[in-house]
Design a protein around this ligand. Structure first.
Ligand code: TYD
Ligand code: MG
Length: 454
């Protein structure tokens, strides 16, 4: 095939662009990740609303931006309080996690209470969607006439369909199946998904129609290979969870109209996704009591405190390189905490395998769980359960000090609400605490003094 100047190679994993094909990406080091992409300048250069004219910032009129409440509170929370008209939301997740189910539930709500909806799918037939709808709503009482479905992959046909039916809300499932006739490469290729997303963005903005776009995520965690879509859309949500568990977390990764790091919690049942307004309660009722290696940590997920259970297992190792396995917490963070323990506590860990996990498929990314991880490891190491009435909060510094983290009062309140009467926490946070009634603080300065509570 003759290659013109407009051919480039894009890495599927990191989005790095190269002018020639390489077996290994020079940016991320991934093997065989570069794919050919023909730059389609005429298409990609189009602006959203024709030619722009600069105006004084003070004179910019803010249009009608009333948010539409979807009716699913967990969804509204991650969107930042509802759907802004004209938003393009990318919903990413592994195949089979429940993206189509979530979208159908949202459109069923919106078509019943708000306005006409169109669900365009390239993955299933209308019969299959109807079968799913009957699982969600067996007597059909909540399935409105205003919810239209179509099986279509051609973007041009999709635009005509939107012209004809004039929906207020659109769902496209999935971006990998959409085919844009002007672009020479196959559906699912980088140029196709990018071009299709730009076109969908354009007509959503022009019609002030809110659009949900499904994007399958590869094992490595990138939508459609590269991160190319994330910067094109307004909001990026990831639907995640362990498929062996029924809990699903909807996480905001990017939001032009609200905060990120917000999470919504759902449970997959036989009749679709059910919202979990009190995740702490669910995680706490599943907790084993009186067993070594388990600790409860009040964490902040976005603006909401959630009690999570961290479990550790320490066992003798027969390997030259003992195992360190982390699920739900960062592996590097775990390595650092183990190093701090070896240095400042009287424990021998170099000949032990250490496994740490967060129960229920939750993923913790904040430092407030540090002290909890250490306490869980010590508890398993000593084979002695921690006080089941005690929660643990604190970040660990490299010198072994226990440091305060943000929103201490909200965390304590949540722990108290779920019946915890004691909390191990950093001493330096004591003067700013508003202790809930019945909550006894157990202040500590460093990891060494925390050991007294093991
Ligand atoms: P699906 O929404 O098709 O996932 P995705 O679009 O992300 O690929 O559904 C995923 C799984 O959910 C599927 O294995 C069946 C299961 N499921 C239920 O358990 N209960 C239900 O009510 C529905 C509709 C699906
Ligand atoms: Mg699907």
């Amino acid at each position: 095939m003759k290659k013109g100047h407009n051919t480039q190679y894009v890495c599927r994993e990191c989005g790095h662009v190269s002018t020639k094909w390489l077996g290994r990406c020079s940016n991320c080091g991934g093997w065989n990740t570069l794919v050919e992409q023909r730059e389609n300048r005429r298409e990609t250069r189009r602006s959203l609303s024709g030619r722009a004219v600069p105006v004084p910032l003070s004179g910019v009129v803010i249009g009608e931006r009333d948010r539409v409440v979807t009716g699913l509170e967990e969804m509204d929370r991650v969107l930042g309080g509802g759907l802004v008209p004209g938003t393009l939301v990318l919903l990413g997740g592994e195949p089979g996690i429940g993206k189509s189910t979530l979208l159908l539930q949202i459109l069923m709500e919106l078509s019943g209470t708000k306005g006409p909806c169109l669900y365009v799918t390239g993955e299933e037939s209308p019969e299959q969607i109807r079968m799913r709808a009957l699982r969600l709503d067996p007597d059909g009482g909540r399935t409105s006439e205003r919810l239209l479905v179509a099986s279509e992959t051609d973007l041009q046909a999709m635009e005509d369909m939107i012209q004809a039916t004039n929906p207020e809300f659109l769902a496209v499932d999935s971006v990998q199946t959409v085919y844009c006739p002007g672009v020479p490469s196959a559906p699912g290729s980088i140029s196709q998904v990018r071009e299709s997303t730009v076109r969908i963005m354009e007509f959503s903005k022009q019609r002030a129609m809110s659009t949900f776009l499904v994007g399958h995520v590869t094992k490595e965690g990138a939508i459609a290979g590269p991160r190319v879509l994330e910067h094109l859309v307004d909001t990026v949500l990831y639907f995640e969870g362990d498929r062996s568990h029924s809990f699903r977390l909807l996480r905001t990764v990017k939001n032009r109209y609200g905060a990120t790091n917000e999470i919504g919690v759902f449970e997959m049942t036989g009749n679709g996704l059910v919202q979990v307004p009190n995740p702490s309660e669910v995680f706490m009722t599943q907790r084993p009591r009186g067993l070594a290696g388990s600790v409860v940590v009040p964490c902040m997920e976005g603006t909401r405190p959630i009690l999570a259970e961290i479990q550790a297992l320490v066992s003798p190792s027969h390997l030259t390189m003992p195992r360190r396995t982390a699920s739900g917490v960062d592996a590097n963070r775990l390595a650092l905490l183990i190093a701090v323990m070896e240095k400042y506590l009287d424990v021998t860990l170099y000949n032990r395998d250490i496994f740490v996990k967060v129960a229920g498929g939750l993923r913790l990314s904040e430092p407030g769980a540090d002290l909890g991880i250490i306490m869980a490891i010590v508890s398993s190491y000593q084979n002695r359960p921690l006080d089941p009435d005690m929660a643990v909060i604190g970040e660990i510094g490299l010198t072994g000090e226990v440091r305060p983290v943000g929103r201490m009062n909200a965390r304590l309140k949540e722990a108290s609400r779920l019946g915890f009467g004691k909390c191990l926490l950093p001493e330096s946070a004591m003067d700013r605490l508003r202790l809930p009634e019945g909550m006894r603080p157990l202040p500590v300065k460093g990891v060494k003094s925390a050991l007294e509570f093991c």
